[in-house]
Design a protein around this ligand. Structure first.
Ligand code: ZN
Length: 692
């Protein structure tokens, strides 16, 4: 099952650091017991930060990870429900209030598959469709929600499977109609989009392989459903006994591809691609190719490919731990991670689950010392993320009103650690808070510097990303509910992604041998939560949002022609910037008065509400055209993510208006610009809180 030798974790907290932690806890317990009201809340919460950071333990996190990854835990299976109990019992054993929320949702599983090739020289071979090492209990490699089908056709190579790749093929006189298209993963297209574009060009089937120098025998499982959430309950929470569309409903059918697809290992892809004839691979593709492909085909290699899968309604379970707020229990800070995995899932997502369990442990230490968060904190463990963010999406849909009016922020961690380098993404009002928190956390890879220092020097992302992607559980929170959000992780593009090799041993040997990166993620995650839950005035800064919008407008001006007016954007951004400035001035003034303590104060509460709700202004009831579930007009999925990863509606109007008359083209783009401008105005007026 495991192909690599065990690497035993040897690091434990040193005796000295254990003593320091115990000393701090002693001092603070004494302090909490004897002087419960003697200091301002802000200094008390600073003390809690110190305790939180000092109670980290790499060996404890590795123990959690070990337990979570003993068995593969694919959503809808028995081992997955064992992880539900494990997480629930962990929360309960810490004395936290915990519960589960179940949904009956449509999942998809493989039944059987086969692939054989007949080469130009007449020889034939049967090709593997799963890792040799992955006999049960790991699920066979497949694409969830792929239709069943059998195809006997010539193979053709289509690079990343982007629209422009098919245009390049067409320019060389190559048609993929009726062929089995082989594409490599990457180039800014997701797995589902690659299948969708191939289908549009008349392909009979699609095989997708991951390019990698190592672990070339791994198969990347994944789903190919369009949109997110349970396909049978689009837009509403799929509770048991509730309304459910039929499998033949057109709303449901449009979510699934019509041609079968399957993942390939880099090794198997090489066998097929190196045997192709026909035109040479374009130079532009060749420069980044790792496989031995020289010609694109089609043929002479013929592939015989069969996939049979089944869809069934299965129960999934989200698990929650709730720490009630003392002063403002009706304001919520949410920390979330998914629990289900394609295989053992040590990186994806159990590194994040282990981090969440450790945060729970450390929060319970703080509670024992008398800490009472000002606002309510909810730890969320989602199910069925790998099938299209189903657990989180159903919950967001079911709780939309409460989330919209009471959620301060959502902090997501999926794969906590994939390797070196820290990456973080957020909605822009949280940028400053992220940077401040990163300065307080030790860098796990460089001695004596903060995580911030290493990151700013290029150790990782080096800039804060935006949450337009639909690839983890932040998507429903930002793009459907308009909740300010953060997503973070260590490392990226790890070679065993979604394969049978994503195991504890891989993590212990390659991903994070000493579990210090896990400790760093829990440090940032926990401190963000402490600030958002405890700061009297929410640590939001909308000036960075205004700057970001201005930047987007400037980038857009380079992409549209003279006939399109960006004036509506200019004036709405000005309005937004002055609202942001006003809110910031008020925030600074109220902060000066904080010395007298932090009791419930209507002025602060009113400002906090405006800071919390402004993000909702960017939502639009009609949503994105053709993807109406996505309501956010600044961040969300667009057809051409590479070019514009903001203003998705504007982006789509530019890329899809080619077939229209000039007048109509201009009108369509202009309309989308007006919609964004109105959204920005709504956010500005939510921030000032004034009626017109
Ligand atoms: Zn994941």
């Amino acid at each position: 099952m495991m192909s690599k030798p065990m690497n035993v974790l040897t690091t434990k907290p040193s005796p000295l650091s254990t003593m320091v932690v115990l000393l701090i806890i002693c001092i603070l317990s004494f302090y909490a017991l004897h002087f419960p009201h003697s200091s301002s809340p802000s200094s008390a919460s600073r003390n809690m930060e110190t305790v939180f950071l000092s109670t980290s333990s790499n060996s404890t996190i590795s123990t959690y990870l070990r337990a979570l990854t003993l068995h593969p835990h694919l959503a809808g299976t028995k081992p997955a429900s064992d992880t539900t109990s494990y997480v629930l019992n962990h929360f309960l054993s810490l004395g936290l209030e915990a519960h589960t929320a179940s949904y009956a949702t449509l999942l998809s599983f493989p039944v059987r598959s086969s692939l054989s090739a007949r080469f130009g020289d007449g020889s034939a071979a049967s090709l593997p469709l799963s890792e040799a090492a992955s006999a049960a209990p790991v699920v066979a490699a497949y694409h969830a929600y792929s239709p069943s089908g059998s195809v006997h056709a010539r193979a053709v190579f289509a690079n990343y499977g982007r629209e422009r790749d098919y245009q390049a093929l067409a320019a060389m006189g190559v048609s993929v109609r009726g062929c089995v298209v082989v594409v490599r993963k990457g180039g800014g297209v997701g797995r589902g989009a690659a299948v969708e574009v191939a289908e549009k060009h008349g392909a009979a089937a699609v095989l997708v392989y991951g390019e990698s120098d190592t672990w070339r025998e791994g198969f990347e499982r994944g789903h190919v459903m369009r949109g997110i959430g349970d396909p049978l309950t689009p837009g509403w929470g799929g509770v048991e006994g509730g309304e459910r569309l039929g499998l033949e409903d057109s709303e449901v059918l449009k979510r699934f591809p019509k041609i079968p697809s399957m993942p390939l290992s880099a090794e198997v892809a090489d066998t097929i691609l190196s045997s192709l004839g026909g035109v040479s691979v374009p130079l532009e593709w060749r420069s980044t190719l790792k496989s031995k492909v020289r010609h694109v085909g089609p043929g002479p290699t013929m592939l015989n490919f069969t996939y049979q899968g089944e869809m069934k309604v299965a129960t999934i379970q989200n698990v929650f731990a709730v720490i009630k707020g003392s002063e403002e229990p009706d304001r919520h800070v949410l920390l979330g991670n998914h629990r289900d995995a394609w295989t053992y899932g040590a990186v994806d997502p159990s590194s994040g689950t282990a981090a969440l369990l450790d945060i729970a442990r450390r929060f319970s230490v703080l509670l024992g010392l008398g800490w009472k968060p000002r606002r309510t904190i909810i730890l969320c463990s989602w199910d069925a993320e790998e099938f299209g963010m189903i657990g989180s999406t159903e919950w967001v849909e079911q709780n939309l009103i409460n989330l919209g009016s009471k959620a301060v922020a959502y902090l997501n961690v999926d794969c906590a650690v994939q390797g070196p380098g820290f990456f973080v993404g957020s909605t822009p009002q949280l940028d400053n808070l992220i940077l401040e928190v990163m300065k307080k956390v030790k860098d796990p890879d460089s001695e004596g510097v903060s995580l911030y220092e290493n990151w700013a020097a290029g150790g990782g992302g080096n800039n804060i990303q935006r949450l337009s992607g639909v690839d983890s559980d932040f998507a429903p929170f930002v793009q459907h509910a308009g909740v300010p959000s953060i997503d973070m992780y260590y490392g990226r593009d790890f070679p065993v992604y979604h394969t049978a090799f994503d195991s504890y041993n891989w993590m212990a040997e390659y991903g994070d041998p000493f579990f210090h990166r896990h400790v760093a993620v829990t440090g940032v995650w926990g401190l963000l939560a402490l600030h958002l839950a405890d700061d009297c005035i929410l640590p939001f800064n909308y000036l960075s949002y205004a700057n970001e919008l201005q930047l987007y407008k400037n980038m857009l001006s380079n992409l549209v022609d003279q006939q399109i007016s960006l004036h509506p954007l200019t004036t709405s951004i000005q309005e937004f910037a002055s609202a942001a400035k006003e809110a910031d001035d008020e925030l600074k003034k109220l902060r000066l008065q904080e010395t007298e303590g932090c009791s419930v104060d209507m002025k602060k509460r009113a400002l906090n509400d405006r800071l919390m709700l402004a993000e909702k202004g960017f939502l639009d009831a009609d949503g994105l055209q053709g993807r109406q579930w996505f309501k956010h007009l600044v961040f969300g999925p667009s057809n051409d993510h590479e070019r514009l990863n903001f203003f998705p509606g504007v982006s789509d109007s530019i890329t899809t208006s080619n077939g229209f008359s000039e007048r109509e083209r201009v009108a369509r783009i202009q309309h989308e610009i007006w919609r964004v401008a109105r959204a920005i105005r709504r956010a500005a007026s939510a921030l000032t809180g004034e009626f017109t």
